[in-house]
Design a binder for this molecule. Structure first.
Ligand SMILES: CC(C)(COP(=O)(O)OP(=O)(O)OC[C@H]1O[C@@H](n2cnc3c(N)ncnc32)[C@H](O)[C@@H]1OP(=O)(O)O)[C@@H](O)C(=O)NCCC(=O)NCCS
Length: 143
C-alpha cells in the first residue's frame, strides 16, 4: 500500500541513508549528528515521506518559514531504484495541499534540471533575482 504521510522518528535511519546517497549533500548530513537532526525534524513533523507498505521510498523536508510566510522545501529525494515513478511529484502535491490549508505559498531552490522540471510542471514560477547562497533560483507556488 502506498501512503504519503509525515515520517515517524523511527524512520530517521532510512531517511538518513537515502540522503547519504545524494552526491551534492554536505558531509555533515552523513554523520551521527546528521542522523540525530533528522530524528528531531521527524519529531517536529517537518519530514514527509512516501511509503510503500513500510518501506520509505521518498522524502521531503517541509518547513514553515515565518518570515516569508511560506512552506519551504530544503530537500526532496527519492531512493534510486524508485525514481521516475511519480513519488517526488506526490510529495510536491502534498506540500501544495498543506499550503492551501494554512494559506501560504510553497518555495524551493531546485538544484538540478530534474527538480526544476518537476517544479515547473507543478506550476511553480521562477522568481527573478532571488537566489540561495549556492546560486540556485527561487521557485514559488501560490494557491
Ligand atoms: C529530483 C528527484 C527528487 C525526482 O524524484 P522522482 O521521484 O524520480 O521524480 P518523479 O518520478 O516524481 O518525477 C516528477 C517529474 O520530475 C522531473 N524529473 C524527474 N527525474 C527526471 C530526470 N531524470 N530527468 C528529467 N526530468 C526529471 C520530470 O518532470 C518528472 O515528470 P515526468 O516523469 O512526468 O516527466 C530525484 O531525481 C532525486 O532524488 N534526485 C537526487 C536529489 C535531488 O537532486 N533532489 C532535488 C533537489 S532538493
Amino acid at each position: 500500500m502506498k501512503a504519503v504521510r509525515k515520517a515517524a522518528p523511527s524512520e530517521a535511519e532510512a531517511i538518513h541513508r537515502m540522503l547519504a546517497d545524494i552526491d551534492w549533500i554536505s558531509n555533515s548530513v552523513k554523520t551521527d549528528d546528521g542522523l540525530q537532526k533528522i530524528r528531531t525534524f521527524c519529531n517536529k513533523g517537518e519530514v514527509w515521506v512516501v511509503a510503500l507498505d513500510r518501506e520509505v521510498v521518498a522524502m521531503m523536508f517541509l518547513r514553515l518559514d515565518l518570515v516569508s510566510h511560506s512552506l519551504s522545501i530544503p530537500i526532496l529525494t527519492t531512493a534510486w531504484r524508485h525514481r521516475r515513478n511519480g513519488y517526488a511529484r506526490l510529495l510536491i502535491r502534498q506540500a501544495k495541499t498543506e499550503a492551501v490549508k494554512i494559506g501560504c505559498t510553497v518555495e524551493g531552490y531546485p538544484k538540478n534540471h530534474q527538480s526544476i522540471n518537476l517544479l515547473e510542471t507543478e506550476h511553480f514560477k521562477l522568481i527573478q533575482d532571488h537566489v540561495d547562497k549556492n546560486g540556485n533560483d527561487l521557485f514559488r507556488w501560490s494557491p
